[in-house]
Design a protein around this ligand. Sequence first.
Ligand code: FAD
Length: 628
Amino acid sequence: MERHEYDVVVIGAGGAGLRAAIEARQQGKRTAIVCKSLFGKAHTVMAEGGAAAAMGNVNPNDNWMVHFRDTMRGGKFLNNWRMAELHAKEAPDRVWELEAWGALFDRTKDGKISQRNFGGHEYPRLAHVGDRTGLEMIRTLQQRVVALQQEDEKLHGDPEAYIKVFAECTITRLLKDGDAIAGAFGYWRETGDFIVFDAPAVVLATGGIGKSFVVTSNSWEYTGDGHALAMLAGANLINMEFIQFHPTGMVWPPSVRGILVTESVRGDGGVLRNSEGRRFMFDYIPDVFKDKYATTEEEADRWYDDQAGNRRPPELLPRDEVARAINSEVKAGRGSPQGGVFLDVSTRLPAAEIIRRLPSMHHQFKELADVDITKEPMQVGPTCHYVMGGVEVDADTGAASVPGLFAAGEVSGGMHGSNRLGGNSLSDLLVFGRRAGAGAAAYVDGLARRPAAAAGLVEEARAEALAPLERTGGENPYEVHHELQRTMNDLVGIIRKAEEISEALQVVEKLKERARHTASSGSRIYNPGWHLAIDLRNMLLVSEAVAKAALLREESRGGHTRDDYPGMSPEWRRKLLRVAVTPDESGVSVEERVQPSMRSDLISLFERGELEKYLTEEELAEYDAAVK
Ligand code: FAD
């Protein structure tokens, strides 16, 4: 079996993985980057709107404290506040660093990096490249990897001496030596041959879980592999009940349902209307945001030119609020013909400006739906987009509870609390990718001996991967997958209630049994049916984690809306739900954990009046003590 030895193995080549790998290599560690799809083909490349960083280029009032406050509000105060603090403080440096590595951001008139408006951000804050920011980010990070390889060629005569990419290679198990990480096991997608990495540190950067839902902006790779790998290795997940349904996905034609329509459309002036032509978002401004959002169309429209003197349009409320509002309009029979609502930019900006600012959206609608967004409105509706939950990590180092295991980016949990603000993911990847790479390097430096994978683990991983090919006449993995997607979408989707979640859990139990009997015909050579049969284990574990946590949390907060428990509950205010795999790996268990109190210098960044809307009496007493 092919076997390689590295100091750090980074699983995932999106923004978080690449930034982690660059850091580990810069700290002198021999680093492997392993990715399931082609190198460069990750969700990061699809990111459109931009990376949020309080550089203050467009509005000089912006700074890390305003960004921190916005992030905590967006997450309804359930965020890991240390992560939110590090993120707000370090995001500008990470964006400038990208520029130093060759990224070409759009500019302001005076030549600074331009920043655009996005939901929940008080000031224009997203550094962007048209609506193709992720592409520029990935191009720049890949170019940096190549630059390091060129350096290694000069220094060691081998460009891959310190950093090597293993593309189209899927990791299916992490290997351990006692309690500690010792490497990873996987297969080459093309040949089906197996591969083992021996390494004392693994950084998970595998992105999201969207493929457990039928309507999603996520692509085929996003089967929650990193979430499941972490749990199976003994680490915990947190906040798994919080799933972000982006308010604007395409709804028509059916083949493209769920594909993302960037929030930049609204940031740049687009408005949402129902079938009666009403700008309905004015009807859905929640009390906690009442003083920050315009209550008339006139004020909302003035804001685009004068942000100091007006409040923001309600189309730019955080995503959870907008998604729920769209859902309510459609349910009330005021939806568009294809079951969404109208998003119109055509009457708001000149055609040339739309094409300049939103080239991908213009192309996407023309090609996929035959809609010209410079002349007519789009039809949009909520789509499963992002998972706030993920591996519970130490904020400063990205370390999970298992020695040698690190996580960064979407696969990690905590930073975004119950709801992520748009643009905060691209900056999260850079800030915590770098920190996880540094954390892994420091961990390796501190080891007294190199762990070695316990005998038998590789053979077990191999047998597990081969099982679907060795069965005959079993279940079709595509059918199991489709039923899971429908179940999660319909029963644990944007609006949830106890009976439906319980029903979903019963279906998941049956699907787990069926998944154990899936059979894939054909050989090991490029066999997507076999790959899906392997991925089902991960999707089922993650779906169970989402559903169990969603059933327990009897309140509505951020990306978790319970029809039977509307509104935030003080009882749940400080509770985090932590998920672990059961000892026999057949399912997951969930336990409550109390969120640590916010540091006094951070809590005093808020006005008491605002905190009263969110915090418990006990926390307010802490606030009073802090500001005394
Ligand atoms: P990804 O970029 O998702 O990369 C994951 C990597 O892990 C891939 O290389 C994949 O192949 C690999 N992988 C997965 N499983 C395995 C396995 N088992 N073995 C080996 N490799 C594996 N956020 C913003 O902040 N601003 C935006 O404008 C924005 N726009 C978006 C638009 C779209 C259409 C989508 C889908 C998301 C958008 N987001 C945006 C969210 C953001 O892009 C993602 O959250 C972020 O890119 C995730 O980055 P990551 O590095 O964590 O993982």
